[in-house]
Design a protein around this ligand. Structure first.
Ligand code: PLP
Length: 391
């Protein structure tokens, strides 16, 4: 551990252990320069649909500013259960099997805390969403990185899982489809394989489906919680941040076996208590109101995705065609040092900001993440700049 001086001496080691983010450094450099195009965003560039804003404003005026029950308002949970049944084919009791959380992130943390004790382990995708690792670290749970390979389409390969699992200590497995950062949408066949493995090894799957609405090329998002025999083995997690462009509302939800949802609710009582009331009311409108804005967003993301993918491949940055989310995960060109130096050099030479693949785990080395949650025009400009320097 590093020597610490001044007030830093009183900071718990837990914080010291958190992974450092190269991306934060890159963003800082970018902020000092003009005309940078950021392909870094992890949030929609669209505004929250007007019907949702309208309801939120009205409810504030009506005085909905108090706490709600810990697991969420009954009407919000009912609307969620209805959506889960219709869209995800997951049948749950709204009162006992749904919890409304402060974003999908709180649901991930609460599920990890409910399922995995300190010293035990959780399987996480690598490359994968960075907070899986930091949340596990924070609660002194060991994250076991499962390598996702480009040749497997960045899906879990059960042989890779078998290589790293420590059967006695491993309690859960995080699955993220559609995936950040690779854009992979897991096939039904793969999900069935994972489901069998989870059942055989008494694992609970924590299924992060934050990007459920963003699927392209006719592919389908399937919730692993809807598969036969999985009702006792999955906590399914969803978010309003991406689906309805509501990241600042900080609202998501989870569903699963009654005992697990109850454990999560008890932990929430001792931490954040309840999810913002106004967000829970806005969420009902999101689910029950018109869905045209979601369709419009998906259509626009798809247009950008097709353009970006074609451009990257034409300029020699090999990239799988992502079927979901709003990210590309291309290989850095041959002969470049590594993801971090490549990201720095792109920023320096082209004023385009990308995220080094290593932000998503050690197996992200050799790749960068580019988000298309930014305007079509900016993407066209960014691709043009990158092509120029790669030539
Ligand atoms: C895979 C994944 N899960 C969860 C989240 C967080 O979602 P929320 O805003 O609902 O906490 C993100 C945000 O970027 C994400 O990429």
């Amino acid at each position: 551990m590093k020597e610490r001086s001044g007030v830093r001496r009183v900071i718990a080691e837990r914080e010291e252990e958190l992974p450092t983010s190269e991306f934060v450094k890159i963003v800082k450099i970018a902020e000092e320069r003009h005309d940078v195009i950021s392909l870094g965003p992890g949030e929609p560039d669209f505004d929250t649909p007007k019907n949702i804003i309208k309801v939120a404003k009205k409810k504030l005026d009506q005085g909905f500013t108090h706490y709600t029950p810990i697991g969420g308002r009954s009407d919000t949970k009912k609307a969620i259960a209805k959506k889960l049944k219709k869209e995800n084919k997951i049948d749950v009791n709204p009162e006992s099997q749904v919890i409304v959380t402060v974003g999908a992130k709180e649901a991930i943390l609460l599920s990890l805390m409910s399922l995995v004790d300190p010293g035990e382990a959780v399987l996480i995708p690598d490359p994968g969403y960075l907070p899986y690792r930091s949340m596990a670290d924070t609660i002194t749970v060991e994250p076991l990185s499962v390598r996702l390979k480009m040749e497997d389409g960045f899906e879990y390969d059960i042989d890779e899982v078998k290589k790293v699992i420590e059967p006695k200590r491993t309690k859960a497995m995080i699955l993220n489809s559609p995936s950040n950062p690779t854009g992979t949408v897991f096939t039904k066949k793969k999900l069935e394989e994972i489901a069998d493995f989870a059942i055989d090894n008494s694992l609970v799957v924590i299924s992060d489906e934050a990007y459920e609405k963003f699927v392209y090329d006719g592919s389908k998002h399937i919730s692993i919680g809807s598969l036969n025999g999985m009702h006792n083995h999955v906590v399914s997690i969803f978010s309003f941040s991406k689906s309805y462009a509501m990241p600042g509302f900080r609202i998501g939800y989870a569903c699963g076996p009654r005992d697990i949802i109850q454990a999560m609710t008890r932990l929430k009582m001792g931490t954040t208590l309840s999810t913002p009331t106004i967000s829970q009311l806005a969420a009902i409108e999101a689910l029950k109101g018109p869905q045209e804005s979601v369709k419009r967003m998906v259509k626009e993301y798809d247009r950008r995705r097709r353009f970006m993918w074609r451009s990257l491949n034409e300029m020699g940055m090999e990239c799988l065609k992502p079927k979901g989310a709003f990210y590309m995960f291309p290989k850095i060109p041959r002969g470049r040092h590594n993801s971090t130096t490549f990201a720095h050099s792109l920023l320096h030479k082209t004023k385009v900001l990308v995220v080094p693949g290593t932000e998503f785990g050690k197996y992200g080395e050799g790749f960068v993440r580019m988000s298309y949650a930014t305007s079509y025009q900016k993407i066209v400009k960014a691709m043009g700049r990158i092509e120029k320097v790669l030539k």
